[in-house]
Design a protein around this ligand. Structure first.
Ligand code: SF4
Length: 341
């Protein structure tokens, strides 16, 4: 059956017209789903009983079940959701001074095989639909009785490998009649699928693009991220420059510092050279040790020296605050061993 949350407002209007209904019913349904956050068609009381029955026959309202919930000392909450087909995904809620931020998954498993990521070694099962991406936000908001203000696509999966569904989910999340989260508060993190960076540049979505860079030369980057063999650094940086030119948006480069691998002064120098003149920001991530992972975390001293070198040479850099590390919810450490029910 079709998932009613898989539709943008315009698509839902089409669906309603095809059901012989008036277009404005779609807006009413949208409001029930994303403002009132109801879990059944029965609760949509301004729709006729006949329409509610029709909807029940044609669509499901995908409501995830919470399989597990772990809370960190710092208030970060990691959810394991049953996506209703025998699989499970993880979603992480973080609390910042500016509000609540959610890290959503875009796929069940990941094909990219980044060596520092806990998703590596987990077989790719399938991509999530746009409704399943949106449902992660709804389910957490309902569970916590909060409103989420920021969304990051940094959970399991490569968002640009699920391009159409991710872009559609962003349109639903961003729609003022949907979840109404500003595009500038939505961030997509990619390992660097170059063709889809060019596509995204032309979508006219004001979201933030984060690039998982992590190294400044192809040898090192390919050893950390196999995707670099297909799209080497030169091509990636060229695509980023084009993205900035078209969107006039600042790109965020993520750089996970691994001890004795990419955290010395030479690396910092190369990074300055690579990003020179670009409208960008560097987010330094203290790498998280994962089970069987081959990288260790840099010392705090090295991390700070690295940051200072970048800042002193014209590249704005900050160190990401680590949240949820005690529950394996910190960046790229969410565990996959529980992803099968
Ligand atoms: S870092 Fe992202 S793209 Fe790389 S393996 Fe992990 S989930 Fe996939």
């Amino acid at each position: 059956m079709k998932n009613i949350k898989d539709y943008t407002l315009e698509e839902l209007q089409e669906e309603l017209i095809n059901l012989g209904e008036k277009k404005f019913r779609a807006e009413q349904i949208f409001k029930w789903l994303y403002v009132e956050k109801v879990k059944s068609f029965e609760e949509m009381t301004n729709l006729s009983k006949e329409l509610r029955e029709k909807l029940n026959k044609e669509y499901t309202i995908c409501n995830f079940n919470i399989l597990k919930k772990q809370e960190s000392k710092d208030g970060t909450i990691k959810y394991l959701f049953d996506v209703l087909d025998g699989n499970a995904i993880e979603t992480v809620l973080m609390k910042y001074h500016y509000g609540y931020s959610i890290c959503v998954s875009s796929q069940i498993g990941c094909k990219m095989g980044c060596k520092f990521c806990a998703s590596t070694g987990i077989n790719f099962v399938r991509s999530l639909s746009s409704g399943e991406i949106v449902e992660q936000i709804l389910a957490v908001e309902q569970d916590q009785n909060i409103r989420i203000s920021n969304v990051v696509f940094m959970g399991i999966g490569e968002p640009l490998d699920n391009y159409d569904n991710v872009v559609k989910a962003i349109r639903i999340i961003n729609d003022q009649k949907g979840l109404s989260i500003g595009a500038r508060h939505i961030s997509i993190s990619t390992s660097g699928l170059v063709p889809n960076i060019y596509r995204l540049a032309k979508e006219n979505i004001q979201c933030t693009l984060s690039i998982s860079l992590h190294a400044t030369n192809n040898k090192k980057r390919s050893s950390m991220m196999p995707v670099n063999n297909a799209y080497p650094i030169e091509e990636l940086i060229k695509a980023c420059k084009e993205y900035i030119k078209i969107t006039n948006r600042r790109i965020s480069f993520e750089y996970a510092l691994a001890k004795d691998n990419n955290d010395n002064k030479e690396d910092a120098k190369e990074l300055v050279k690579l990003l020179h003149g670009m409208l960008c920001h560097v987010n330094l991530i203290p790498i998280n040790k994962i089970e069987n992972g081959k990288f260790d975390k840099s010392s705090n001293e090295n991390i700070m020296k690295f940051r200072d070198y970048l800042n002193d040479h014209g590249i704005v850099a900050t160190i990401r605050r680590e949240l949820g590390s005690d529950i394996d919810a910190a960046c790229r450490t969410i565990k996959k061993k529980e992803l099968k029910k």
